[in-house]
Design a protein around this ligand. Structure first.
Ligand code: HEM
Ligand SMILES: *[C@@H]1O[C@H](CO)[C@@H](O)[C@H](O)[C@H]1NC(C)=O
Ligand SMILES: *[C@@H]1O[C@H](CO)[C@@H](O)[C@H](O)[C@H]1NC(C)=O
Ligand SMILES: *[C@@H]1O[C@H](CO)[C@@H](O)[C@H](O)[C@H]1NC(C)=O
Ligand SMILES: *[C@@H]1O[C@H](CO)[C@@H](O)[C@H](O)[C@H]1NC(C)=O
Ligand SMILES: *[C@@H]1O[C@H](CO)[C@@H](O)[C@H](O)[C@H]1NC(C)=O
Ligand SMILES: *[C@@H]1O[C@H](CO)[C@@H](O)[C@H](O)[C@H]1NC(C)=O
Length: 493
């Protein structure tokens, strides 16, 4: 080669530097500091344990054992993929806030198969933004005040009017009637007494069974039946759409000016397929979750007579004021006055945990609190485990609405920090219907607490996380009418 010692030296040091460089790169690549945990069996990993049903007011044996052994951030193998599970409040917030930047939604493929590829739950990027914008406009504050509130009260009273003194029934199905009728009215102007509404409701029952079942597309399975129901529901919506377009072309203005279907037909550029998936998903998201929320409130309250009493006083006071002013219908101001009710709503959602965990994946290599989260891994923020951890909420098993009063004057708030409360998710995908769901709960509570006392018929009729939350026996209650309030309700109907 060269006999210039300087050149040789340069060459050698260059080689050395290169070697060291590759050595460190290599080292950095292989040396992931993954969270602790075990991967379980090949392919199925620990999925079966993770999905095993348990009491909805607990975080479940699987979570408890794993947190005890590995801490609040651990690795596992779930839904056929390597996964990081987080029960850590800070990390969950970090994941949700960085949606689209470091993480992305990643629901199992079966969810897209059944809710549709244009469902908001599986969309990302611009398409998600546009669909979300439509949903937010549909459920905006203004519309809640001007459209939803009146209808909600109407539909609540319609359901309650069948509750006779001393009768026993399933609250879960009554609440579902209420939320379904409300959404069907707001989305497509369907009336509850129409036969077609009943038909659609039936299809949604079998659809729901498929959403939560194993995604086996074989004859006879719940999933196969649900795909069939999906087609019937889509046909139904498409028929409604065609009717509307025909009427629009003929220049007739219907009464339905203000529902979602008319709005998307007039103001959006969505294709037929996109509109169908949007409407199917909103009708689904809008009744399955909030009906469980209402059932949970009715389940928790009898266990805490003091809360029941304070709640009733709050609503009686509102009713008194309305009577004095001669106003019958509930107004937005009345809703704002329901301070303790808001505490009961938050506490119900915290303890009941309707949505227990979310599906995300890392779209970059992420480093967090000393751990590496490799790009492509599944990331599951478990909201329920944060809500039920004593380091986030004092005595987490305890239904204690007063813990939420620290936001106002001088409540007994323990260590409640509402930034650890994430029942509706967070970040750019925060539940679009959160305000709607809370309003529904408050209106329903207003009328039931003024008109009825109730008791749980069966002590073992408890909410179970499958992991979607449900009362296996439908939450049977027996009601007693409160005579004095009855007259008031009648005057509204
Ligand atoms: C108490 C009842 C409810 C709970 C606990 C709840 C919970 C949630 C959660 C946790 C998410 C986030 C999903 C994720 O980040 O992957 C979500 C999203 C969503 N929810 Fe709700 N929800 C409720 C009621 C409703 C209602 C009444 C509607 C009305 C249609 C609704 C519509 C939606 C929509 C459209 C999204 C998708 C938002 C997006 O991706 O941008 N939800 N919900
Ligand atoms: C969202 O909807 C509003 C009202 O229709 C519209 O003015 C706004 O431009 C939309 N934003 C996006 C990002 O599409
Ligand atoms: C409430 O329901 C009654 C029928 O029970 C109906 O006549 C009335 O128009 C409804 N009001 C609203 C605001 O929807
Ligand atoms: C209410 O129902 C229960 C059981 O169904 C019955 O034992 C009781 O006598 C009934 N009370 C009244 C006042 O009808
Ligand atoms: C709809 O599409 C047309 C052209 O394709 C575009 O000019 C218009 O801005 C779009 N409108 C919306 C609301 O996206
Ligand atoms: C209920 O939780 C929300 C956070 O989702 C919080 O903003 C609100 O202040 C809470 N309500 C009360 C009464 O503490
Ligand atoms: C609540 O938690 C957030 C971060 O998680 C923190 O910034 C805030 O100071 C806490 N608030 C209280 C009152 O402790």
């Amino acid at each position: 080669m060269s006999n210039n010692p300087l050149l040789t030296w340069c060459f050698l040091s260059f080689i050395l530097a290169l070697t060291l460089f590759f050595f460190f790169i290599q080292r950095k690549k292989t040396k992931f500091y993954l969270p602790p945990g075990k991967m379980g069996w090949p392919f199925i990993g620990e999925t079966i344990g993770f999905l095993k049903p348990y009491s909805a007011t607990t975080m479940g044996e699987f979570m408890e054992n794993h947190i005890a052994r590995y801490g609040t951030i651990y690795k596992s193998n779930l839904f056929g993929e390597p996964a990081i599970v987080s029960a850590d409040a800070e990390f969950n917030k970090f994941i949700l806030q960085n949606d689209g930047k470091l993480f992305e939604v990643s629901y199992p493929r079966s969810i897209g198969g059944i809710l549709g590829k244009w469902s908001m739950l599986v969309l990302v990027g611009d398409m998600h933004r546009d669909m979300r914008n439509i949903s937010l406009n549909f459920m905006s504050h203004v519309r809640l005040k001007t459209h939803f509130l009146k209808d909600m009260e109407n539909h609540t009273l319609l359901v309650l009017s069948s509750w006779k003194n001393n009768c026993t029934f399933s609250v879960q199905s009554e609440a579902k009637k209420f939320t379904f009728n409300l959404m069907a009215k707001q989305i497509m102007s369907l009336d509850p007494w129409n036969l077609e509404t009943e038909e659609l409701k039936k299809e949604y029952v079998s659809f729901m069974k498929g959403v939560v079942s194993a995604p086996l597309n074989l004859p006879g399975t719940a999933y196969r039946k649900a795909l069939k129901s999906r087609n019937s529901i889509l046909k139904f919506i498409e028929r409604k759409m065609e009717e509307r377009m025909k009427r629009m072309q003929e220049g007739k203005k219907g009464l339905e000016e203000n529902d979602l279907l008319n709005w998307v037909l007039k103001h959006s550029n969505l294709s037929t397929e996109q509109i169908l998936d949007l409407i199917l998903s909103l009708l689904f998201a809008g009744h399955e979750t909030s009906s469980v929320a209402i059932s949970l409130a009715i389940y928790f309250l009898p266990g805490c007579p003091q809360a029941m009493q304070q709640l009733r006083e709050e609503h009686r006071e509102i009713a008194r004021c309305k009577k004095k002013a001669g106003v019958v219908e509930l107004t937005w101001d009345d809703y704002k006055k329901m301070e303790f009710t808001h505490c009961v709503v938050n506490e119900t959602l915290r303890l009941g945990n309707i949505v227990r965990f979310l599906h995300r994946k890392a779209i970059k290599d992420v480093w967090y609190k000393g751990y590496d989260i490799p790009c492509g891994w599944k990331v599951l923020p478990v909201i329920s485990a944060v809500h039920l951890n004593p380091s986030n909420f004092d005595q987490p098993q305890h239904f204690n609405p007063w813990r939420w009063q620290c936001n106002s004057k001088n409540g007994n708030c323990g260590n409640t920090n509402s930034s650890n409360f994430m029942s509706f998710g967070g970040g750019p995908r925060l539940c679009a219907g959160s305000e709607l769901a809370k309003l529904e709960m408050a209106v329903f509570i207003h009328h039931i607490i003024l008109n009825y006392n109730w008791e749980l018929v069966d002590v073992v009729d408890q909410p179970i996380a499958y992991p979607f939350v449900e009362f296996p026996k439908g939450l049977q209650i027996r009601v007693q009418t409160l005579a004095q309030a009855q007259a008031q309700a009648q005057s509204v109907i």
